[in-house]
Ligand binder design. Structure first.
Ligand code: NAD
Length: 251
C-alpha cells in the first residue's frame, strides 16, 4: 500500500511538531514546513525517518507555490494538509496599528487560504483532507485579541467555505480550535492573569497538551472521520461550552 503523506505547516515546534510525530507513529510520511530554519532543521532531525523539511513562509504567495512543487517532487502526493502555522500578538484595539493587524492576518488567515488553494490539485488526486487550526479565541471574543481572534474566526468560516466547495472532489475540510497549550506562542502572550483566567473558565481546570490537540487533528485527517466535513471541534477542556460560575462552584 502507498504510504500517505501529511503536510503540516508550522511543524518545527509546538502543536505542529506533536502532530508531525503522531502522523509518523501512524505510519504516514510527513512534510514538515516552517519558516524558522534553525528550529526546522532540528525538528526534522528529531522526527527522523519519514520526515522531510521544507523551509517556506505560508504568508508569501510565491513561496507557497514553490513549497507545494517541492513537496510533490519529493513525496509525489499529499493526502492531508494541516494548516497549523500561526502567530499570536495580543494588544488593545487602539494600539493595534495596521502593520500589526496585517502581521497576524498574513500568517493566520492568508496563509491558510494560500496553502489550501495551492494544495487543492494534489488533494483532489488523493481525495485528501484539510485541517485548519483556529483557536477558542475564534469562537469566543476576549480582550486584546482584536487581530488574533478575528483571524481565527475567519479561519472557521474559511473551513466551511472549503468544505462546501471541495466536497464534490472528495476533499474534506475541518477545523480544530485548541484551548490553551503551553507552547512558545502561548507563553509569549499569556500573562499570569491570563493563565489564572483560563483555569477559572475551563471545566477541566488545566491547560491542554500538544499531544491532546494532535490526536484530534490526526483523527480528522484519517479515514476514521471519512464522513466528517465542515466541522469545528474545540479541544479545549470544555472552555467553549460553559459560561460563568466555575470558580464559585470549586470554592
Ligand atoms: P508555536 O509558536 O509553538 O509554533 C508555531 C510554528 O509556526 C513556529 O514553528 C513558527 O516558526 C511557525 N510559523 C509561524 N508563522 C509562519 C509562517 N508564516 N510560515 C511558516 N511557518 C510559520 O505555536 P503553537 O502554540 O504550537 O501554535 C500552533 C497553532 O495553534 C497556531 O495556529 C496557533 O494560533 C494555534 N493555537 C495555539 C494555542 C496555544 O495555546 N498554544 C491555542 C489556540 C490555538
Amino acid at each position: 500500500m502507498l504510504e500517505k503523506v501529511a503536510l503540516v505547516t508550522g511543524a518545527a515546534r509546538g502543536i505542529g511538531f506533536a502532530t508531525a510525530r503522531l502522523f509518523l507513529d501512524a505510519g504516514w510520511l510527513v512534510a514538515v514546513l516552517d519558516r524558522d530554519t534553525e528550529a526546522l532543521n532540528s525538528a526534522v532531525q528529531d522526527l527522523g525517518q519519514g520526515a522531510g523539511g521544507f523551509d517556506y513562509d505560508v504568508s508569501d504567495p510565491s513561496a507557497v507555490d514553490a513549497a507545494i512543487k517541492d513537496i510533490m517532487a519529493r513525496f509525489g502526493r499529499i493526502d492531508a494538509l494541516v494548516n497549523n502555522a500561526g502567530v499570536a500578538d495580543f494588544g488593545p484595539i487602539e494600539e493595534t496599528d495596521f502593520a500589526r493587524w496585517r502581521r497576524v492576518m498574513e500568517t493566520n488567515l492568508d496563509g491558510v487560504f494560500l496553502m489550501s488553494q495551492a494544495a487543492t490539485p494534489a488533494l483532489k488526486q488523493t481525495q485528501g483532507a484539510i485541517v485548519n487550526i483556529a483557536s477558542i479565541s475564534g469562537l469566543r471574543a476576549s480582550t486584546l485579541r482584536v487581530a488574533y481572534g478575528t483571524s481565527k474566526a475567519a479561519v472557521i468560516q474559511l473551513t466551511k467555505q472549503q468544505a462546501a466547495e471541495l466536497g464534490e472532489h472528495g476533499i474534506r475540510a475541518n477545523c480544530v480550535c485548541p484551548g490553551p497549550v503551553r507552547t512558545k506562542l502561548a507563553m509569549a502572550v499569556h500573562t499570569q492573569d491570563i493563565i489564572d483566567a483560563y483555569h477559572d473558565a475551563i471545566p477541566l481546570n488545566r491547560y491542554g497538551s500538544e499531544q491532546e490537540i494532535a490526536e484530534v487533528i490526526v483523527f480528522l485527517c484519517s479515514d476514521k472521520s471519512s464522513y466528517v466535513t465542515g466541522q469545528v471541534i474545540a479541544s479545549d477542556g470544555g472552555f467553549e461550552s460553559t459560561g460563568v460560575g466555575l470558580p464559585a462552584l470549586r470554592g
